[in-house]
Write a protein that binds this ligand. Structure first.
Ligand SMILES: Cc1cc2nc3c(=O)[nH]c(=O)nc-3n(C[C@H](O)[C@H](O)[C@H](O)COP(=O)(O)OP(=O)(O)OC[C@H]3O[C@@H](n4cnc5c(N)ncnc54)[C@H](O)[C@@H]3O)c2cc1C
Length: 251
């Protein structure tokens, strides 16, 4: 089903990374489960015709923020992203969806919080953090007996989307462990950020004894997600424990 909302730019949340939101008309909010995505399209302000060239975006906000949906994206310089950057505030945006099943079992109602003690590993490649922000802002208070381990991978500290917000979330929630990895130190390396590649061994070391019982959610550019899935399988994680969200359009 398609809905119409108003576009609002929120600003840069990392290098070349724009956050924006869409406020839907009252009473038209989609019921979405954290981890799902929508298809966004808008009219070209110059011609007032529908661009016909939309993109999929994971919702980065929790359901409690409805009728507002928020998103984050890398500004790649593509015509689509240039058009997004120059879109006037308040422009109508067409929202279709929600789509996808990249959701925590506990949010799908498959298991009850009290009886589920396996840890949840959320592994984000760059902008792949968006579905995890929605999941965490929704589930972290709701499922206090669940241990969440959020791992992020980015080129350098300046590229980490939502860094300060996630650090503050992990400081205030004992059930969230945050581990951020970058490949270059950039201007300076903050103490909360690790230099060097993230590997399954590092993940298992942090998650401890229950690591092999855990659920693994991997999101981001397809090449990164696919190679990480292969590495997890090679390290002994079963296929049914691994859930992936491939952001086609990024290499
Ligand atoms: C489930 C899902 C969730 C996503 N969530 C986000 C998000 O939260 N934030 C975000 O920034 N991006 C997200 N993406 C990716 C997003 O839809 C765009 O593809 C991406 O932002 C790149 O757009 P672009 O205009 O910069 O690149 P473009 O220059 O338009 O695309 C780069 C290349 O990818 C190809 N391509 C574009 N779209 C697709 C597609 N759907 N399938 C296969 N090839 C394609 C193009 O043909 C081109 O070769 C998501 C994608 C999926 C599938």
């Amino acid at each position: 089903m398609e809905r119409i909302g108003r576009f609002r730019r929120l600003g840069l949340i990392a290098r070349n990374t724009l956050a924006f939101e869409v406020e839907l008309r009252p009473g038209t909010s989609p019921v979405f489960i954290p981890g799902q995505y929508v298809y966004l399209e808008w009219k070209d302000p110059a011609s007032d015709v529908r661009s016909g060239d939309g993109r999929n975006f994971s919702v980065a906000s929790p359901p409690k923020d409805l009728p507002v949906l928020s998103f984050a994206t890398r500004l790649t310089g593509s015509p689509f992203k240039k058009s997004l950057l120059s879109l006037p505030e308040g422009s109508p945006m067409f929202v279709s969806g929600p789509y996808g099943e990249f959701c925590l079992p506990v949010c799908l109602g498959e298991r009850r919080n009290e009886s589920w003690d396996a840890p949840v590993a959320l592994i984000a490649g760059g902008i792949g953090i968006t579905p995890f922000r929605s999941m965490l802002l929704h589930a972290i208070d709701l499922c206090q007996s669940l241990s969440f381990f959020l791992f992020t991978m980015n080129p350098s500290p300046e590229d980490i989307p939502f860094r300060l917000e996630l650090e503050s979330l992990s400081e205030t929630h004992k059930n969230l462990f945050l581990c951020q990895h970058v490949l270059q130190s950039g201007v300076s390396l903050p103490p909360e950020v690790n230099l060097g590649p993230l590997t399954p061994d590092k993940i298992f070391g942090i998650m401890g004894q229950k690591a092999l019982k855990g659920s693994y959610f991997v999101s981001g550019p397809p090449s990164l997600v696919t190679s990480f899935r292969t590495a997890l399988l090679g390290a002994g994680v079963l296929p049914e424990q691994i859930h992936t969200d491939l952001f086609f359009g990024y290499s």
